[in-house]
Design a protein around this ligand. Structure first.
Ligand SMILES: Nc1ncnc2c1ncn2[C@@H]1O[C@H](COP(=O)(O)OP(=O)(O)O)[C@@H](O)[C@H]1O
Ligand SMILES: [Mg+2]
Length: 540
């Protein structure tokens, strides 16, 4: 079939195709030499990484390479379509079998002998192993099998597939695949599988093979440059040097995000489409804003994860600083790390990158934002000169919080981060009018920093605008903590961060969550000079 040759572009949908997309060598990313050794050693192993990291891209490149080398037969099967079978093993395995059959036909132009009679026995528990045996016995070249999206399988179907592979392992290479790679988000050995009989078992116990796990990492800083340079070479359009630090903060090398930002800047934004315009820091920042607001699929899928209670509880604890009452389980933290939402830095857990740091709290507070539509609009806070009047805003928030917090926090079931999220939801509606909030929080860091950046006046060229930089430092007082300590700690942290972030205005907001306190005691407003800064202190 003839497909027209097109200009390459930054891919944001599905695996990369070398003819169509700017691409880093997928075999280098995965360390093909190591994989090759594992295959030669006849291993069954796991390759895992968060969503949209490049797993499928790399697997497909390997299939091609292995078949080109000619020593092995190699097939790739995406098992996702068996997901719906859940505990119906026969239906699930039958689905996988027909995917396997068509992959063998499509990739190798071969077939599985006796497939019809194997299928007709209707034995989900042995169908897969029999089909593999039938294929391997017939062909001299050993078979290398890739199962992608393995963690889309659940329950009894997953258990059965893992057991059949484990049994196949003992028959390799003559009557079973010489090597199997299971690819997914988590290390299969960490799974807890809920069986239909109510028992919970681990993936490790059914895939009981001394297997190795490879984790595909994110891009390095030089990877990002290399990818962007491919665009410069193809089109002549340059990226200014100072964008790279920004792109790094925003993405930390997450492959989809790196592509999506560049795509936004060089294609979705009209100015960037003109190849004579070089991509500046301003364009990149705007691209990031647009991407966050656009709720692109990848970001949407992440947000979807917040429906899982354990993901939500971990992230709320992170957003609350160290003020949680129930510490999240280590197991749940590991899970959220595997999903790519958190990472470990200097023994703190922080949200993985700048874009996720914006998206996740927005999502967590989304219901609140929607419920706030009856609240005053942005205009009320914008002064004649275009600046935001933060003090007026915070006074309104105090009042809002006094009137609504109890019913809201109960209604939305925010166990830990209610106050922080409610304030963010309140601010979000203001900022939706054109500012940004940079957020910083970490499990264990004991505070939440929000830096609101607002350019004014509106409707003039960017270079003629001034940037208002407002630091909000959030602290909470919980039972058994002394108010004096929280205050002195808060003032010191606020001053330090105000200096680092070059803020023009500084606020420390202290939420008193101790039971039995009267609103009249809790709500106050005053200011104190610390170092170079006049710090406004708000009690809530
Ligand atoms: N080798 C690569 N070079 C550049 N970008 C890549 C590469 N591999 C993946 N990506 C980016 O990651 C996205 C997801 O790739 P994919 O292989 O589907 O990941 P996964 O299977 O891990 O979900 C692609 O849409 C692209 O933006
Ligand atoms: Mg994939």
């Amino acid at each position: 079939m003839y497909a027209p040759k097109i200009d390459k572009f930054f891919n944001t949908a599905g695996p990369g195709i070398p003819e169509d997309h700017y691409l880093l060598d997928p075999l280098r990313r995965i360390d093909y030499d190591e994989v090759r050794v594992l295959i030669n050693q006849k291993r069954y192993f796991v390759l895992h990484a968060p969503r949209q990291t490049g797993k499928t891209t790399s697997l497909l490149a390997m299939v091609k390479r292995i078949n080109d080398e000619g020593i092995y037969n190699c097939v790739y099967v995406n098992v996702e379509s068996a997901q719906t079978a859940r505990n119906d093993v026969t239906t699930g395995v039958k689905t996988i079998l027909s995917r396997l059959e068509s992959a063998i036909k499509r990739i190798l132009a071969l077939s599985i002998p006796d497939i019809e009679s194997i299928r007709n026995k209707d034995e989900g528990g042995s169908m897969l192993i029999e089909a593999l045996e039938s294929f391997c016995a017939r062909h001299d070249k050993p078979l290398v099998l890739f199962f992608d999206e393995i963690d889309s399988l659940v329950g009894d179907t997953l258990v059965s597939v893992l057991r059949q592979l484990r049994d196949a392992y003992t028959n390799r290479p003559r009557f079973a695949p010489i090597s199997v790679i299971l690819c997914g988000v988590r290390d299969i050995r960490d799974y807890r599988i809920h069986r239909s009989d109510g028992e919970i078992i681990t993936g490790g116990s059914c895939f009981n093979i001394k297997a190795k796990s490879l984790r595909l990492g994110d891009f390095s800083k030089s990877d990002v440059r290399e990818l962007y340079l491919q665009h410069t070479e193809a089109t002549g359009q340059t990226f200014e040097d100072d964008i790279y630090q920004k792109v790094w903060e925003l993405t930390r090398g997450q492959p989809w995000l790196v592509n999506a930002l560049a795509n936004q800047a060089t294609w979705e934004m009209l100015g960037g489409r003109n190849r004579n315009n070089s991509i500046t820091l301003d364009i990149m920042e705007e691209a990031a804003n647009q991407l966050i607001i656009s709720r692109a699929t990848h970001l949407d899928q992440l947000a979807d994860k917040l429906k899982e209670p354990r993901v939500r509880s971990v992230l709320e604890a992170v957003i609350a600083g160290d003020n949680w009452t129930v510490k999240p389980l280590q197991d749940d933290i590991e899970y959220v790390i595997d999903l790519g939402l958190l990472r470990n830095e200097d023994s703190d857990y922080i949200i993985s990158n700048g874009v996720y740091r914006e998206v996740l709290p927005r999502e967590l507070s989304w219901v609140m934002q929607v419920g706030m539509t009856s609240q005053p609009k942005q205009l009320r806070y914008v002064e004649q000169d275009g600046k935001i009047n933060i003090k007026r805003l915070l006074r309104e928030f105090q009042q809002f919080f006094r009137e609504n917090s109890e019913s809201w926090l109960e209604r939305f079931d925010y166990k830990e981060a209610g106050f922080q999220l409610l304030l963010q939801a309140f601010l979000q509606r203001i900022v939706n009018g054109g500012g940004t909030i940079n957020r910083e929080y970490a499990l264990g860091r004991g505070r939440v920093d929000l830096l609101i950046r607002w350019r004014y006046p509106k409707n003039v060229a960017r270079e003629n605008q001034t940037e208002q930089r407002v630091l909000l430092e959030l602290k909470t007082i919980i039972e058994k903590k002394s108010i004096d300590r929280v205050l002195s700690e808060g003032l010191e942290q606020t001053e330090r961060y105000a200096g680092q972030s070059n803020s023009t205005e500084v606020h420390l907001i202290i939420c008193d969550e101790r039971r039995g306190k009267k609103w009249n005691e809790k709500i106050y407003e005053r200011s104190e000079k610390v170092g170079d800064f006049e710090i406004n202190i708000w009690g809530i």
